[in-house]
Design a protein around this ligand. Structure first.
Ligand SMILES: NC(=O)c1ccc[n+]([C@@H]2O[C@H](COP(=O)([O-])OP(=O)(O)OC[C@H]3O[C@@H](n4cnc5c(N)ncnc54)[C@H](O)[C@@H]3O)[C@@H](O)[C@H]2O)c1
Length: 348
C-alpha cells in the first residue's frame, strides 16, 4: 500500500533518543511515511538517521520548515518544550503525537488543551504507549471480563538503570524547570495511565492519596564538564492511590536502579502477576470467590509482545484516517499532569 501521510519528528535525541522507537514504528505503519526531521542540534538529527539507517528524509533547519513539509508530527523533545511546539503544529494544520508526560506542569498544558479543543478535526494524542504492549492488553481484557471479580489492590513498579551510575552527566530530565517532577512523572505517568485504563471500568476513577520522593544523587557533572550542578527533581518516588470503589494502588518509580517492571493485581476471585523485564509471561492464579488458592490452579501464560510505539503510531494513523477515536487526548494528558503536580507538591 502506498503511504500517504507525510510524518515528521521533532527532537531526534541524545540521551534516551525515544525518536528511534518512533522511526521503528513508522517503518511498520502502512500510512505514515517519515518525510522530515528537525532537531535544535542538527547533528543529533543526522546521527539518529545514520544510526537507524534512514535515507531520503529532509533534515530541516527549523520547526517552521518541518511544519510546511508534513501532515503529522511526533514531538520528542524535553517535557517543557512539548506544548509550545504542539500548539504551533496544530496551528499549521498538522496532526500531533506528543511524547509523555504532556508537559512539566498542568498549567503549562492549558493553552494546548484549548488549541486542540478548537480543532476537533485534527488528532492530538499523548504518547502513553504502554497500553499497546500485548501483556498489558491481555491484562486489560482479562480484568474487563470480570474474571477477578472485585479488585482488592494493585501494585506496580517501573523505572530504569541507565542513569543509576553517579558519573552520568546532568541531563534535562534532572532539571525541574525542563522536566517537571523526575522519576515520579517520567515513570509515574505511564503507571497512572495503565492503572486507570486496566481497572477503570471495574473500579472507577483512580485518585492520588500520598507520595514520598527522594533525590539520591543531589549533584551531577554538567554536560559541558565544567563543574557540578544540582539535580532539582526526584530520582525515586513511591506513591499511593485509591479508586472510587475502594481499590488500593501502590506505585514505585526509580531512575537510579530497579530490578523488575512488575505488576500485581489481586481480587476476590484470583490474582495476576507479570514482570515485563523477565519475558512476556503472565501468571494467573484463580480461586472460587473467598476460597483457597490451590497450587494446581496456578498457571503461566506466554503472551507475545509488541513494541509499544508501533501500536500507538498505528492507532494515531487510524485516528487520522477517521477509523477510530482514542481517549489519550491532551485533555486527558492534562488531567494526568494535574495528578502528578498534586503528588509532587504533596510529597513527603
Ligand atoms: N514513551 C516513552 O516510553 C518514552 C521513553 C523515553 C522518553 N520519552 C519522552 O520523550 C521525550 C524525549 O526524551 P528523550 O529521552 O528521547 O530525549 P533526548 O534527550 O534523547 O532527546 C531530546 C532531543 O530534543 C532536542 N531538542 C531540545 N529542544 C528542542 C527544540 N526546542 N526543538 C527541537 N529539538 C529540540 C535535543 O537536541 C535532543 O536531541 C521526553 O518527553 C521523554 O519524557 C518517552
Amino acid at each position: 500500500m502506498e503511504k500517504t501521510i507525510r510524518h515528521g519528528i521533532i527532537g531526534l535525541g541524545k540521551t534516551v533518543g525515544i525518536a528511534a522507537s518512533h522511526i521503528e514504528g513508522l517503518r511498520r505503519n502502512d500510512s505514515l511515511v517519515l518525510t522530515a526531521v528537525y532537531d535544535i542540534l542538527p547533528q543529533n538529527a543526522r546521527d539518529m538517521l545514520d544510526r537507524m539507517g534512514v535515507s531520503g528524509v529532509t533534515v530541516c533547519q527549523s520547526a517552521e520548515e518541518l511544519f510546511s513539509m508534513v501532515d503529522s508530527v511526533s514531538i520528542c523533545v524535553p517535557n517543557d518544550q512539548h506544548t509550545a511546539l504542539a500548539v504551533e503544529a496544530l496551528r499549521h494544520g498538522l496532526h500531533v503525537l506528543v511524547e509523555k508526560p504532556l508537559a512539566d506542569s498542568a498549567d503549562a498544558a492549558l493553552a494546548l488543551e484549548q488549541e486542540a479543543a478548537a480543532r476537533p478535526d485534527q488528532v492530538c494524542m499523548v504518547c502513553f504507549n504502554y497500553r499497546e504492549y500485548s501483556v498489558y492488553r491481555f491484562l486489560h481484557d482479562y480484568l474487563c471480563s470480570g474474571a477477578l471479580g472485585r479488585i482488592y489492590f494493585y501494585r506496580q513498579q517501573l523505572g530504569g538503570n541507565r542513569i543509576a551510575q553517579f558519573s552520568v552527566k546532568r541531563e534535562w530530565r534532572m532539571d525541574k524547570t525542563q522536566s517537571g517532577p523526575g522519576a515520579l512523572a517520567d515513570f509515574g505517568c505511564h503507571m497512572l495511565d495503565l492503572a486507570g485504563w486496566l481497572t477503570g471500568e471495574l473500579c472507577g476513577e483512580v485518585h492520588p492519596l500520598a507520595a514520598a520522593c527522594n533525590t539520591v544523587i543531589p549533584e551531577r557533572q554538567s554536560l559541558s564538564g565544567d563543574g557540578l550542578q544540582p539535580v532539582t527533581n526526584d530520582d525515586c518516588a513511591v506513591f499511593m492511590a485509591r479508586s472510587d470503589s475502594g481499590t488500593l494502588y501502590t506505585f514505585t518509580a526509580s531512575r537510579v536502579g530497579i530490578w523488575d517492571h512488575s505488576i500485581e493485581i489481586v481480587g476476590e476471585k484470583g490474582m495476576l502477576r507479570a514482570d515485563l523485564s523477565a519475558g512476556n509471561g503472565v501468571q494467573v492464579w484463580l480461586r472460587e470467590a473467598g476460597g483457597a488458592y490451590l497450587p494446581e490452579n496456578r498457571k503461566v501464560l506466554d503472551i507475545s509482545n509488541e513494541q509499544g510505539h508501533t501500536g500507538i503510531l498505528n492507532t494515531f494513523a487510524a485516528c487520522i484516517r477517521g477509523e477510530c477515536t482514542d481517549p489519550r487526548t491532551v485533555a486527558y494528558g492534562r488531567r494526568m499532569q494535574a495528578t502528578l503536580d498534586w503528588l509532587d507538591q504533596n510529597a513527603l
